[in-house]
Design a protein around this ligand. Structure first.
Ligand code: 4AD
Ligand code: MG
Length: 479
């Protein structure tokens, strides 16, 4: 058996008393031909390994370079250096994999996030990305923990689908037809009957529609999977491939939906605060350093941990779209034309500058906006009695903007069909979806949380490309 190693995170909790230990990891630095800082990804803390020329031959010492991987056998001794209680005095150092110091791109110095994006295959080996991806993991685990504790069923909805769940037409096509000479119908259009699935298909933009089917049997379900949007938005908050969590609950109205979403967000943040303190403290420090170069008014009012505590311990503000439009229209920001898009009338869609004004300047806390005009929302949202708005809710987070989108669903068959026809959504192709309204329809609601936006919020990072391992964005599908 090869893997008899102790993880560094575990080792750091030991009392040093000359016990023998085996550790494995990658060299971060090697100083004075004697001190190896070894990291194995279990924590950002390196273990110091003492490798003396007395114990190691010169050829081996030469091969201990930044990036090289080692197996170290040694004894755990008290450390004389400050900041750490123990270190490992090596008796055997085995090089598992060499790393040419001239060619290894990560030097033991600070690299820019932009540079590291180009080296995304290696950036896990930096402190920043070590912390981010351990936090991302913890949040994903907390998602499952939350819903499991509430008795939700985790559904795996399809990645390949023939429908457009959001009706926004932002889909990647999936086909095996030849591009140069696809089979055609008589009218010149492509004959998808000859395609792999016998119809036109695409990557899913949301698992919601299938989620609703399952909710009509299990009552409480959630999905957590990749979703795809071919929107050409080259921003720090958009990905072409992102992960979304979509709970769907029978017997829930809009208020129940908001309550669940708020509880859920607080729960997963609290989980990270309780279980990833060290990584979050590192990220808080990083953010503070980064903001030093910004003018005072651009710096965050709260430190990262303070912000997360604040969100966990305070109620989200709940406001209607109509109230929000009033606030925005009356704001000095609007009057002085500081918005790129001036708010002049009811009915316009909110841009992220407006969302961020509401959360960061006006309310200074997360905001749940409800009851949007039906014209700017999806076909499945429940129509309110005013004939103008739908029972939608978006949750806006400081520094991010929209983090959750959801609604109570239109469960009344006739109303739904009429709205679909108005919006040119094919009712015949979605007949299976409409069946939920034909056979035992109930009031129900759900929402979608963009997982990467959540990770951005919790880690204090500012570009979504830095919180997913291998980002897919316009003109970029590297790795
Ligand atoms: O508001 P959206 O489009 O809502 C839905 O897809 C619904 N079917 C959800 C539901 O009710 N079940 O997307 C939900 C969330 C957004 O609030 C945002 O956080 C995230 O998904 N999101 C994106 N994240 C990264 N990149 C993109 N291109 C995103 N588009 C949406
Ligand atoms: Mg949305």
């Amino acid at each position: 058996m090869f893997n008899k190693r102790v993880k560094i995170k575990e080792l750091l909790t030991w009392e040093p008393s000359n016990q023998e230990v085996v550790i494995m990891g990658w060299v971060r630095t090697f100083r004075n031909n004697q001190f190896i800082a070894l990291n194995d990804g279990s924590t950002n803390q390196n273990i110091q390994v003492m490798a003396d020329l007395g114990t190691l031959d010169e050829a081996t010492l030469k091969r201990i370079t930044t990036g090289a991987s080692l197996k170290v056998t040694g004894s755990v001794i008290p450390s004389l250096g400050k900041g750490q209680k123990l270190e490992v005095k090596a008796s055997v150092v085995e090089i598992l994999g060499d790393s040419d110091a001239e060619k290894f791109p990560l030097q033991p110095k600070k690299h820019s996030l932009e540079f590291l994006r180009e080296k995304a295959h290696l950036r896990f080996r930096t402190n920043t990305f070590g912390a981010i991806f351990r936090v991302r993991h913890a949040l994903a685990f907390a998602v499952h923990k939350f819903f499991n504790e509430k008795g939700f069923v985790y559904m795996h909805t399809p990645i390949i689908t023939a429908s457009d769940a959001e009706g926004a037409g932002e889909m990647f096509k999936v086909t095996t037809l030849p591009f140069d000479n696809p089979p055609k119908n008589e009218d010149g259009s492509i004959n998808f009957k000859e395609d792999f699935f016998g119809k036109a298909t695409n990557l899913t933009v949301s698992g919601q529609l299938e989620g609703e089917l399952a909710a009509m049997a299990f009552a409480d379900i959630y999905t957590f999977g990749p979703t795809f949007r071919a929107e050409n938005s080259n921003t720090a908050r958009h990905l072409a491939e992102f992960w979304m969590i979509e709970p769907e609950m029978a017997f829930h109205d809009l208020e129940d939906n908001m309550n669940l979403a708020e509880e859920f967000i607080k729960y997963i943040i609290k989980y990270a605060l309780d279980n990833n303190r060290e990584d979050l403290e590192f990220l808080a420090q990083r953010l503070q350093e980064e903001e030093k170069s910004l003018p005072q008014e651009k710096r965050s009012e709260m430190g990262l941990l303070e912000k997360l505590d604040f969100v966990v311990n305070n109620q989200f503000e709940r406001v209607t779209y109509t109230e929000a439009i009033e606030i925005l229209r009356e704001s000095n920001h609007n009057k002085k034309k500081k918005f790129q898009y001036i708010i002049d009338k009811w009915g316009v869609d909110l841009q992220s500058e407006h969302e961020r004004y509401l959360v960061e300047k006006h309310f200074k806390k997360p905001v749940i906006l409800t009851n949007y005009p039906k014209e700017i929302k999806a076909f499945y949202m429940r129509q309110n009695d005013d004939g103008k708005t739908v029972a939608a809710m978006d949750i806006l987070a400081p520094g991010i903007g929209e983090i959750v989108g959801g609604s109570q669903r239109e469960e009344r068959l006739e109303r739904l069909e009429t709205r679909m026809k108005e919006m040119h959504i094919p009712t015949d192709e979605l007949s299976w979806y409409l069946d939920t309204r034909r056979f035992g329809a109930v009031p129900h609601a759900g929402f979608g949380l963009g997982f990467e936006r959540m990770v951005l919020f919790v880690t204090g990072m500012t570009n979504i490309r830095d919180v997913i391992a291998f980002p897919r964005t316009p003109k970029n599908a590297e790795f």
